[in-house]
Design a protein around this ligand. Structure first.
Ligand code: R5P
Length: 298
């Protein structure tokens, strides 16, 4: 029987293409708030003996997690054969250490919470830095799919003479993967972060690259400060106005406009988080990974 996809975000850009790629059916849900703000959830489709896939990107995660936990527990309670999570953006992965005494190591706390909800998890390019793999701290089968082939394809089609630029050491993994796809040259800069929005970028000698189009590659664009400060540093070094490519366009407040105001040519992201900058679609790679992890052939 075809799997059922329960979409937990009304405006998900992935719901239609992912359901199609999976050759799945929609599970109909009623999702609303009680007058006091609490969450109401009801499955209107019969999930008994069905494989249920919960689709929910976890940007702005605190509210969404409650929805996801209620949906997972209810699907099980109603007799679902299995419950899997497709979370195209996985929140809380950057707080992967106790940097200051007493802090929550949110990545580990959140992994424990998610692991107790479902049978498996598929996500796109999670921020893995101090944790080398999701299996190090998740207690369920996980698959992390890579969007580098999609980013590489976009860059090959739309950018002349790209120079891939990683703003910091943590971006090396994405820059290197995109470089393999594009054969473009790469440089990685040095970032010093002293606060959520306080960032300094140090660049090496870049004169050689003045005839190239800098393409900043990173996994997450949140406040945009990393890319804004990188843009300013590249301009001071005499390089052209860059293009910013991010996997997850989380965009706090007016981050995207601030990037454009800083002189960025264009900002593009994948559709893991709905945004006007979405330029490449991860539904196909997600569907292939789901089929691998649980044997649900698309
Ligand atoms: C952290 O190292 C990530 O890879 C990104 O560079 C970071 O999350 C970007 O954040 P922001 O846009 O707030 O500078």
């Amino acid at each position: 029987m075809r799997p059922l996809i329960a979409n937990l975000e009304p405006d998900s850009p992935l719901c239609a293409p992912f359901t199609k790629a999976m050759r799945a059916e929609h599970a109909f849900l009623e999702l609303r708030r009680f007058p006091d703000g609490e969450t109401y959830l009801r499955f209107k489709s019969d999930v008994s003996k069905r494989h249920v896939i919960l689709l929910c990107s976890l940007d702005r995660p605190d509210d969404k997690f409650v929805r996801l936990a209620f949906a997972a527990a209810t699907a099980r309670d109603l007799g679902a054969k299995s419950v899997g999570l497709v979370c195209p953006y996985l929140a809380y992965m950057r707080q992967d250490a106790r940097f200051v005494a007493g802090e929550a190591v949110s990545s580990v706390c959140f992994a424990k919470l998610l692991s107790s909800q479902a049978d498996w998890l598929v996500t796109v390019d999670p921020h893995l830095h101090r944790h080398k793999s999701l299996s190090d701290f998740f207690e369920m089968p996980t698959v992390a799919v890579q969007s580098a082939p999609l980013m590489g394809d976009w860059i090959r089609r739309f950018v002349e003479r790209p120079l891939l630029v990683g703003p910091d050491e943590e971006s090396v993994q994405w820059v290197a993967a995109v470089a393999r796809e594009t054969n473009a040259p790469q440089v990685v800069l040095n970032k010093i972060r002293s606060g959520d929005r306080d960032i300094e970028i140090r660049v090496p000698e870049l004169d050689h690259w003045r005839g190239h189009t800098p393409v900043l590659v990173d996994d997450i664009i949140s406040t945009g400060r990393t890319m804004i400060e990188t843009t300013k540093a590249l301009k001071r070094a005499g390089l052209r106005s860059p293009i910013c490519v991010g996997v997850h366009g989380v965009f706090a407040d007016t981050a995207c406009q601030q990037l454009l105001d800083a002189g960025v040519q264009r900002v593009v992201t994948s559709n893991t988080v709905k945004h006007e900058t979405n330029a490449f679609d991860v539904s196909g790679i997600l569907a292939a990974a789901v089929s691998d992890i649980c044997g649900l052939k698309p």
